[in-house]
Design a protein around this ligand. Sequence first.
Ligand code: MN
Length: 232
Amino acid sequence: MTGYTIPPPPQASLAIAGSDQRFPVRRVYCVGRNYSRHVMEMNEGADPRDPPFFFQKPADAVVGDGATVPYPPLTDDLQHEVELVACIGTGGADIPVDRALDHVAFYGVGIDLTRRDLQFRAREKSWPWEMGKSFDHSAPIGPLTPADTAGHGVRGISLSVNGAVRQQSDTAHMTWSVAEIVAELSRQYRLEPGDIILTGTPEGVGALVPGDVVEARADGLAPLTLTIGDRT
Ligand code: MN
């Protein structure tokens, strides 16, 4: 039997609330625009009905509850985007909307951390978004709750910084529902168990600085608390 030339990287994974088991992460998909008020705060003159689009973060960008996230390099504008996270337990391609929720096994609340200055620079130059979105530690996600427990109708979602509410919305304001997102994404990629989807952020995104304590909440799900550390 042949071995690896270097030690294989550890499997990225997320905690499950009230359980010793963990959810192994295969891919991290993100929805680019899914709440019209956030689309308008980011894009002057945009049509909020434009269809959402998808990008990815590396699986090992996930960090769990209680982490200290080092302030990332190359940016002066690290921003928070609170998002409902849907976790795929059963794979599939070309999944119909009316079966899509059967493929979601867990929900969590997460933050799509963004180097906004680098994202905007990439947008101006028609470069890919990776530098703005896909950096180390850029996907903090709280403990997951089984869909059987949470239900598929998680509604209220919020984020506070040092106790002050910054983002507060209702997933009913999403342009595309979780079922529609899963169905559309499964037309672009075959979804597999372990894939997770950050489903887009509502309005109220803003900057974080070292020392900030960030708390993300969604109704019926375990909260996520993290601290922004010093610049790396
Ligand atoms: Mn986002």
